[in-house]
Ligand binder design. Structure first.
Ligand code: NAD
Ligand code: UGA
Length: 430
């Protein structure tokens, strides 16, 4: 089929490139030229494992086309995906101006009988709003379908090509046609066809469940610290119950990224606007807001109660490993807090760069983990990149640090080996 994807970010490009990989003819459009330019050279504009190879192959084969003109992107399209951002508004609710803007812009451009798909995460009722916008423009021939994306950054290509389920909501014929775009994917993934509002809300529900798990295990880790229990064994013991399952039971510094924080707040705001309370979701958010502060307090306590004048090395800037994405990365708030309290902070990440923001002005980016650790009074591991576990010479690093004192805020390292290498190690809930 002829496909257009509007918004060439993590979701839009993965969707576009992978649909091209499945054999469709895809035009990717973005208002930001920096998102399109690298595609011409067969490269993704951000780091995502496996994406460069698919982009290169599909661009080379002429099936994936970066298209700076909206009209040219959609003029022959059977299906148009909206994959622009849905950032939070002041009150936590989703800001739909970009999604609605795209619907308005394409309303006069779409070929007869085209289908408009929301791939962005949008609250229930958004599809109805878009259908209304199209109707007002005399485009009742265009159906709106919800097809939310469930990829996680760092594993996005695999998540697309080996999905656990595919979800489509909207008028049955149109939803089935959109579903058929994904025919090349493993049949083992259930294709769920439902009404549009259920599909839209299911996306928020999925993220809320996962975020709540992370917050609950963080709360339990804090309790482990208080009562002298070990959260890693506790996670195993709980996760081996097949009704619970082993994933998303890793405690740490709290969840970050462009989705969990925003989507949990959006679902709480949505509930409030509809006269319903979601206290569990609200608590997941509150616990998450507190978690990075607990790590900051822990760092302060390890340094004798005052971080002023202390050298702190932070390993990891990205919100999780295998991505250069720093949106809502909890480590940034930790670093701003420590620097604000007078610490000299040096941060390293294999890929991510510190953003240019005033509260991080005092934080330096180190070229290597070794450079960050040199002379440090405390090392805080914030993002569990494999290279910190597998490649870093912790024995040499113990000699280079001023004090070999480590706070592993992800419980990601081999603490016995570190102690043997001379480090004093603390984790979360251990
Ligand atoms: P992103 O910021 O990486 O990409 C959005 C892109 O849309 C940007 O490049 C922006 O320039 C472009 N854009 C904005 N307005 C536009 C317009 N009018 N026309 C063309 N392009 C426009 O965002 P993302 O991370 O890909 O997320 C997009 C949506 O998908 C959000 O609703 C998000 O919640 C959802 N989502 C994200 C992920 C994820 O892991 N990042 C996973 C599932 C769902
Ligand atoms: C998440 C979901 O996993 C995707 O299914 C969803 O499509 C996506 O949000 C979205 O809607 O954008 P992502 O944010 O890329 O994907 O990454 P996750 O692996 O879910 O991690 C989110 C945050 O939770 C990270 O900060 C991570 O460090 C943290 N986390 C995760 C934990 O602290 N503990 C865990 O056990 C798992």
């Amino acid at each position: 089929m002829q496909v257009a994807v509007i918004g060439t970010g993590y979701v839009g490009l993965v969707t576009g490139a992978c649909l091209a990989h499945l054999g469709h003819q895809v035009a990717c459009h973005d208002v930001d030229e920096r998102r399109l330019r690298p595609l011409r050279d067969g490269k993704a504009p951000f780091h995502e494992p496996g994406l460069d190879a698919i982009v290169a192959a599909t661009v080379q084969a002429g099936r994936l086309r970066p298209e700076p003109e909206l009209a040219a992107a959609v003029q022959d399209a059977d299906v148009v995906f909206i994959a622009v951002g849905t950032p939070p508004k002041e009150d936590g609710s989703a800001d739909l101006r970009y999604v609605e803007g795209v619907a308005r812009d394409v309303s006069t451009l779409l070929p007869t009988g085209a289908i408009l798909v929301t791939r962005s995460t949008v609250p229930p009722g958004t599809g109805d709003t878009l259908q209304g916008l199209l109707g007002a423009a005399g485009r009742d021939d265009v159906a709106v379908v919800s097809a939310p994306e469930f990829l996680a950054e760092g594993t996005a290509v695999r998540d697309f090509l080996e999905p656990e389920r595919l979800l489509f909501g909207g008028p049955a014929d149109a939803a089935a046609k959109v579903a058929s775009l994904f025919d090349g994917l493993p049949e083992s993934a259930p294709r769920l066809l439902t009404d549009r509002r259920t599909s839209e809300l299911a996306k928020y529900a999925a993220n809320t469940f996962l975020a709540a798990r992370v917050s609950l295990i963080n709360e339990l880790a804090n309790l482990c610290d208080a009562v002298g229990a070990d959260v890693s064994m506790l996670s195993r013991a709980v996760g081996l119950d097949s009704r619970v399952g082993p994933k998303f039971l890793r405690p740490g510094i709290g969840y970050g990224g462009s989705c969990f924080p925003k989507d949990v707040q959006a679902v709480v705001a949505l509930a409030k606007a509809n006269g319903v309370e979601l206290p569990v979701a609200a608590a997941a958010h509150a616990t998450n807001e507190a978690q990075w502060r607990r790590i900051a307090d822990r760092a302060g306590a390890l340094l004798g109660g005052d971080v002023a004048g202390k050298r702190i090395a932070v390993l990891g800037i990205a919100f999780k490993p295998d991505t250069d994405d720093i949106r809502e990365a909890p480590g940034l708030r930790l670093m701003a807090h420590l620097a604000g309290a007078g610490a000299m902070v040096r941060a390293h990440d294999p890929l991510a760069r510190l953003p240019d923001q005033p509260d991080l002005a005092g934080v330096a980016q180190a070229a290597s983990a070794e450079e960050a650790i040199q002379g440090a009074d405390l090392v805080v591991l914030v993002t569990e990149w494999a290279t910190y576990r597998d490649d870093l010479d912790w024995t040499a690093a113990a000699g280079a640090a001023s004090t070999p004192l480590l706070l592993d805020a992800r419980n990601a390292l081999d603490h016995d080996a570190l102690r043997a290498a001379g480090w004093t190690v603390k984790g979360v809930g251990l």
